[in-house]
Design a protein around this ligand. Sequence first.
Ligand SMILES: [Zn+2]
Length: 489
Amino acid sequence: MIIKESNAPKFVLYGEEIDIWSSEYLPYHSKTPTEYVIEKILESEKAGVDIFPSVVGKHREKELIKNALLSGSPILLKGPKGYGKTTFSKAIAELLPKKILAVKGCKIYDDPTRPVCFSCKRKLLEDKVVELTWVPRIWVRIPGDPMMTTRQLIGGISIQKIREGYDLDHPEVFVPGRALKANRGVGYFDELGALPSAMQTLLHELFEEHQVTTLEGDILPFKISTLELASTNPANYRGTNPIKEPLLDRMEEIEIGPPETLEEEIEIGIRNMFYRKWKGEEPPIPRWHREIVARIVRYARDKNKFEFTRRIESEPSCRATIKLFDHLQSKALRSGRLVPLLSDYGENLEIVKLALMGRIEVEFGLSQRKAEIVEKLFEEAKRQTCRQIYGSLPGEKFAEFYEALRSAGEEADGKRVITIGFEVLPKLRAKPIINEYVEFLAGSREVGEELYLSAIEIILEAMATCIPRLVERRGKSYYLGELSHEASM
Ligand SMILES: [Zn+2]
């Protein structure tokens, strides 16, 4: 049934009569979600803009998704937990208008020109005036619940209400399930494979013809307009169930992998930090700590990186990155700082373990060595970050810089000692060459106390890593030997 300008009743929106075919209201009705999405994609291709700005990186995935959407296919997002499948589904929903016009009181947000439920059909045919309302963009998550019933998934009629004397088309009688609640928006079937197979069978029709029928066949079929998306973990991954072949056949499968680069890993981690949501600002974690954190997680995913990473069976997702950033920031806050120091990873790396222990699985029989594996991940991530920092320091003035550091230290054991703490800052800041190195590393002329201390710490740590005969760390102190003993840097 289609309502046109010629056969339409009067439409009233919040007490005022409106012309829904005027340019003011036209963008908000008469189109399916797929039509809206296709329009947006074509527009963006012309303008050359990224239509999924909320998804970091993932160029390959974005291209495939755009293509599948343009062909009007339901999409199955496949990948381990925490790689952004839900984020993608929401990013797709963001291509829909922020709000749509719907028949007021309709449980499935009927389009005033294309009603689906009986109640709206009757209203639009018989009533002289039909009230409308704005409905915000629709994104409905339909969880892969093994206990899901037809009533929950598709909906049904309330026998109780009929007994009470209501008509079959009374809105109280018809109770839509989640799949119908996604009408005119995105229906996201999260862990599709976990739905009982009978429920999966019910979805064939929905995914192919956008139509649903209950087994009882009572009041349906219903032709709805939903953009269907689904997610699944790869087969043989913990806690997943297979998706039935005929259902798989009706979807385009797109794999969502881990972030490709270190920068993307960092961006995703920082963007999703609790601190960022809480304070609404960029967390003050310096670049070197961002790299250490992201490397810890990325090494754990790379079986060929080190001998010990072969023993990791299930890789940590971006949630590990996010949580590690969260815990590191929290530890710094508890220590009375905003900027983290190396000590904030914990004396025994408790912070790293907190974020990672529950998120990786190791080979059978090695569970007691998990903590050790996490410690190695941290050591390697720190070592690599320190090597890069050491390699990036300006070489021509290094001797002068090193001597300045020594002169700022205390005398002990025939060496000069710098202990990481705010007390040492005035001495360091008094030396222009040290300021120069710190500003170089921090990438700014304005370096606050905490960032200054963190930069000095990582420079000293980098020297302890790369020139261990000259610089040695003991606890929070760095012992600096005489440069002349070292022939070349
Ligand atoms: Zn309706």
